[in-house]
Write a protein that binds this ligand. Structure first.
Ligand SMILES: *[C@@H]1O[C@H](CO)[C@@H](O)[C@H](O)[C@H]1NC(C)=O
Ligand SMILES: *[C@@H]1O[C@H](CO)[C@@H](O)[C@H](O)[C@H]1NC(C)=O
Ligand SMILES: *[C@@H]1O[C@H](CO)[C@@H](O)[C@H](O)[C@H]1NC(C)=O
Ligand SMILES: *[C@@H]1O[C@H](CO)[C@@H](O)[C@H](O)[C@H]1NC(C)=O
Ligand SMILES: *[C@@H]1O[C@H](CO)[C@@H](O)[C@H](O)[C@H]1NC(C)=O
Length: 378
């Protein structure tokens, strides 16, 4: 760069004229150049740093800064009232659950598979992928999905039936998570799976025997997980009690969740399409548009094959353990509240209105069904 050398020579000559020491002049010039270069570079680095900081701060807003929000996980075997439960909680002004995320149980399942395989786990550890690194990445993923899906609600909530299988792990990465385990008579669950043709991994639409076994295994795991995290973090919610005595049952649930009572939780149907959004690919949407009712309580009666009835305590011992009457063909679940009886009247008197509404929310699959066939995988 000739202009630089000319200028340097000029400066050098000027300096020599003033100081009359060529060596000192050379040093001064050299130092000046170094200082100029350094100043320029530092300001550049500072700029870049503050840019990175800005990005980090923006990212912080989305999850780290609010990492302590309470999170509710609603689970249980599919067809056990998990959608009704989440619609009820969605009616609380502080909570938002929303539709099934589907990705949360899958990510938890994937992490469980890594951990289960000694070979894979050892490879991860040997490769410098530590357990705490995995935990914090899983936590970030789950939290980010919940935060954005729940529109930054005060109390986050996830309804994905199979999350309950991972309750103790979730509890270890979310210190303020609480769990609601929905429990429902297996006979009603299986009748619903079969008649509504819900495809769930493990269930077979024409094999009652297998379905009871699968239900039993799933319930065993979830009850165990619930016990592991403890009574203060995991609550058993019986579907039958929820629909028969909603006030008492929901009061108990809100107390457990440390949420104040609001009357809107008894009238979730008024918020459907407003605060409550329902997915047209979920099986229960056309049921939870209605006020809390008893329509699905005893539909199964008279539809369980005789041979299965006789074997029920061996096929699904959990049913009796959970307090269900497995001997009676027509078990009673309890007395219905006046509110529920008047809801039933409303449904009968305005049948056309409710049928039309149910049709509007009927399950409607996207055209490429291959991607959406399975209601819940794992
Ligand atoms: C991110 O949030 C944490 C916790 O609130 C805070 O300690 C940290 O300084 C924040 N980082 C940035 C870059 O804002
Ligand atoms: C759906 O589940 C069946 C097993 O019930 C499985 O074979 C199939 O691959 C699953 N499909 C998708 C798209 O996940
Ligand atoms: C479901 O059960 C029926 C009857 O037991 C059997 O024939 C069929 O192969 C089963 N289907 C699957 C996918 O396992
Ligand atoms: C319950 O919520 C109140 C505020 O709504 C809070 O002050 C209190 O610490 C909470 N209690 C528990 C046990 O989380
Ligand atoms: C799906 O199929 C229906 C009828 O077969 C058609 O009217 C609609 O345009 C299709 N939607 C898409 C996104 O392809």
């Amino acid at each position: 760069m000739p202009w630089l050398s000319i200028r340097r020579r000029l400066l050098f000559n000027m300096c020599q004229r003033i100081i009359r020491n060529p060596f000192l002049c050379f040093n001064i010039l050299f130092l000046t150049i170094i200082i100029v270069i350094l100043t320029f570079r530092t300001s550049n680095i500072q700029q870049k740093c503050s840019l990175d900081q800005n990005i980090a701060q923006q990212q912080n807003i989305s999850y780290k800064s609010s990492l302590n929000k309470p999170v509710i996980f609603i689970g249980g075997m599919p067809r056990s009232g998990t959608t009704l439960m989440r619609a009820i909680l969605d009616s609380h002004p502080l909570v938002r659950c929303g539709e099934e995320t589907r990705v949360i149980p899958r990510v938890l399942n994937m992490r469980a598979a890594w951990k289960k395989s000694t070979l894979e786990w050892n490879r991860l550890m040997a490769g410098g992928i530590s357990e705490s690194m995995i935990d914090s990445a899983i936590r970030a993923f789950v939290y980010e999905i919940l935060l954005q899906h729940n529109q930054y609600a005060d109390v986050l909530c996830d309804k994905d039936p199979f999350v309950l299988k991972y309750a103790s792990y979730i509890s270890s990465i979310f210190s303020n998570a609480k769990f609601l385990l929905l429990i429902r008579d297996a006979r009603a669950v299986i009748h619903s799976v079969v008649t509504r043709k819900v495809t769930i991994t493990g269930f077979n639409l024409s094999d009652y025997r297998q379905n009871f076994k699968v239900w039993n295994k799933g319930m065993e795991t979830m009850i165990d997980q619930c016990t592991l995290v403890g009574k203060d973090k995991c609550l058993h919610v019986y579907y039958e009690q929820l629909v028969l005595q909603p006030k008492k049952t929901i009061e108990n649930i809100l107390k457990f969740l440390n949420l104040t009572w609001v009357d809107s939780v008894l009238h979730h149907e008024e918020l459907v399409g407003k605060k409550i959004s329902l997915s047209k690919t979920e099986h229960s949407s056309d049921q939870v548009i209605k006020p809390i009712n008893l329509e699905a309580l005893t539909k199964w009666i008279g539809h369980i094959p005789d041979d299965i009835k006789n074997e029920i305590d061996t096929l699904a011992p959990m049913l009796k353990k959970l307090g269900y009457d497995t001997q009676s063909d027509v078990p009673t679940y309890g007395v219905a509240d006046q509110l529920v009886l008047s809801n039933m009247n409303n449904l009968k008197e305005n049948a056309e209105f409710w049928d039309a509404k149910a049709k509007a929310y009927a399950r409607h699959l996207p055209n490429d069904t291959s991607l959406f066939q399975n209601h819940t995988n794992n």
